[in-house]
Design a protein around this ligand. Structure first.
Ligand code: URA
Ligand code: SF4
Length: 188
């Protein structure tokens, strides 16, 4: 199921972003994970390497994950709202998100995570609610379709504005507690 979904997705041309991509960035991590992270869309490095969050923001994300014993090669899965890079790193258009989101929903269905963590405003607006306010609502738990969801500031925003980092540290502690309460991730 997972393999055929990936195969199908890797040749997707459902929106115009396919024309400028080098790679479809399907996702990375353990498809059996209980915790899933969702970003916005691939940047330049991700487009070239075919893996989410491999640039400078990705390095910061890996550092943040390590603080709470999470690791993309072991106990989480990382995906994006759109799987092909928007030109010049602009925000993905509504139409592009609409075309692409079904791939993510199918991934979520197969992974069946207990917790979904949105990275940044775009992912939170798509996954939690359209009027999500990242500055006000980061680090709060929401129930969405029986799953616990929260949003963190996007790691790229933390690189631009280090003043947001203490908030994110607290949010990571909230996330760690949620994982302890609702998942077996730390007992494996
Ligand atoms: N930013 C994102 O939102 N996703 C990536 O994969 C890389 C950077
Ligand atoms: Fe298909 Fe998504 Fe890529 Fe658009 S962004 S071509 S919908 S995989």
């Amino acid at each position: 199921m997972w393999k055929s979904l990936k195969q199908e997705c890797m040749s997707c041309k459902k929106c115009p972003l396919w024309e400028t991509r080098h790679n479809v960035v399907f996702g990375v991590g353990n498809p059996e994970a209980e915790v899933m992270f969702i970003g916005e869309g691939p940047g330049e490095n991700e487009d070239l390497q075919g893996e989410p969050f491999v640039g400078r923001a990705g390095k910061l994300l890996d550092d943040m994950l390590r603080m709470i014993d999470l690791d993309r090669s072991r106990n989480i899965y990382i995906g994006n709202i759109v799987k092909c890079r928007p030109p010049k790193n602009r925000d993905p258009l509504g139409t592009e998100q609409e075309s692409c989101i079904d791939w993510l929903y199918r991934q979520i269905e197969l992974i069946n995570p207990k917790i979904i963590v949105c990275l940044g405003r775009i992912a939170a607006m798509q996954m939690i609610k359209p009027d999500f306010r990242i500055t006000r609502e980061h680090g709060q738990w929401f129930d969405v379709d029986g799953r616990k969801c929260m949003a963190l500031y996007h790691p790229a925003a933390l690189l631009r504005d280090p003043h947001k980092r203490p908030d994110t540290f607290e949010d990571l502690m909230t996330l760690k507690q949620g994982i302890k309460d609702w998942c077996d991730t730390y007992n494996k």
